[in-house]
Design a protein around this ligand. Structure first.
Ligand SMILES: [Zn+2]
Length: 405
């Protein structure tokens, strides 16, 4: 019934509502991250660690439990307390599943992850052609099969996709991936169409930086530079909770950094660019030319080095010294707490990491302790399977109340 003369309810400023929502999301994220780092953990301890009020922690815990991200562990013996703050909570790794897709130069990696970033299933699919439509639709089909087979009772949170080259997170477009010949590929839209899932897209380097910050080296949370040296060579940088994207997400393009004494021609027209010099395909070709391998493939070179072939080891050590040049430059420009190198030889061939650190120590003007500063990836062998899912994990741990909005 309408009463004349009644005043309309005061309307709240939408910006204030938004700010309050963001604050709620941030405090819920602090609770979820405390559980990620220290779970199982009592709510009273979460309150102490995060500085949030016990009531707020209890409220967020209840909400995150309802959303399926947290679970209460069986009550330990002790006096009953209102709100049961001493009942430990932990991540609920059984309810959700995250789709993960990485597109490399020669193959796609499709995987399923839980909310702790553990890989539940993984599949590698060689590219039949480089046509983006075909690659993405095939990958989407594999993902749906994996979900069916390995996670029929889990709730999919979405699909994260990562690849090298220039990826614009905001528009979900692979702007340019020269080695695949991709230009302006609307990956998010295509994958969402094929899977019916919410899709988030980012560069593999930025995705792996997020994975390091959440699940890997603790010091990466202060500041981190990561250099990825596969067939694609690129970098990513983060301080605190912020991974730098820059306009159109173009940050991290170090492929054409000049390398001292570099003699390898680069498709850009110059010689001695970093990617041309150190890419896996360049070093694999050289190994073939020098008779170190018979197939001229990078996996064969890696196997030779791992089984002690001194010429294979030397070729890879010479290559990581070039990676060391670029690493020292990035360290001096950005002065991060740690520099993470994602490289198969660095994580698998024992001589490579010391050689890399030695080169950084020789060249850097500020690095005082290369063994402490220069580290290998926390995800050896599972970088690719982890990277796509890490795009989603980052969203989840930034704002668990609306991770994919
Ligand atoms: Zn170049």
């Amino acid at each position: 019934m309408h009463r004349t003369g009644s005043r309309p309810a005061p309307r709240e400023d939408p910006q204030r509502i938004e700010t309050r929502g963001a604050r709620r999301g941030a405090s819920a994220a602090a609770v979820l991250r405390a559980v990620l780092d220290h779970g199982p953990i009592a709510r009273s301890t979460i309150a102490r660690r995060t500085g949030l009020s016990p009531a707020l922690v209890t409220g967020h815990s209840a909400e995150l439990t309802k959303l399926g991200f947290l679970r209460e562990l069986p009550e330990v013996a002790g006096p009953k307390v209102v709100g049961r703050p001493h009942v430990p909570v932990d991540l609920d790794t059984g309810r959700h599943v995250l789709g993960s897709l990485h597109i490399a130069v020669h193959h796609a990696t499709v995987a399923l992850l839980d909310v702790r970033g553990h890989i539940l299933a993984s599949h590698e699919e060689p590219h039949q052609s480089l046509d983006p439509q075909r690659i993405l639709s095939r990958a989407a089909g594999i993902l749906l099969e994996l979900l069916d087979r390995h996670a029929p009772d889990r709730e999919p949170l979405g699909l994260g996709m990562a690849t090298g080259g220039w990826v614009d997170r905001a528009s979900g477009v692979v702007v340019e991936h020269p080695l695949l010949g991709w230009h302006d590929v609307p990956a998010r839209e295509l994958l969402a169409g094929h899977t019916g899932l919410t899709v988030a897209v980012d560069s593999h380097s930025r995705a792996l930086v997020n994975a390091e910050r959440l699940l890997g080296h603790a010091r990466a949370r202060a500041s981190v530079v990561q250099l990825f040296t596969g067939n694609v060579v690129d970098a990513a940088f983060a301080t605190g909770d912020t991974v730098h994207h820059g306009p159109r997400s173009a940050a991290g393009a170090v492929a054409h950094l000049p390398i001292e004494g570099g003699d390898e021609p680069c498709p850009c027209g110059r010689t001695g660019c970093l990617q041309a010099m150190v890419s896996e395909q360049t070093v694999a070709r050289r190994a073939g030319e020098q008779g170190i391998t018979t197939t001229g493939s990078f996996p064969e070179l890696l196997t030779e080095a791992k089984t002690g072939n001194p010429r294979a080891i030397q070729l890879l050590v010479d290559r990581v010294r070039l990676i060391g040049q670029a690493s020292a430059l990035l360290l001096d420009v950005l002065n991060p707490e740690i520099l993470v190198v994602v490289d198969q030889s660095v994580s698998q061939v024992p001589a490579c990491l010391p050689a890399l650190r030695d080169e950084v120590q020789l060249r850097s003007r500020i690095c005082e302790d290369a063994p402490r500063t220069v580290v290998s990836t926390s995800f050896p062998g599972s970088e690719l399977a982890t990277s796509g899912g890490a795009v989603l994990l980052d969203r989840l741990f930034q704002d668990p109340l609306s991770p994919l909005s």
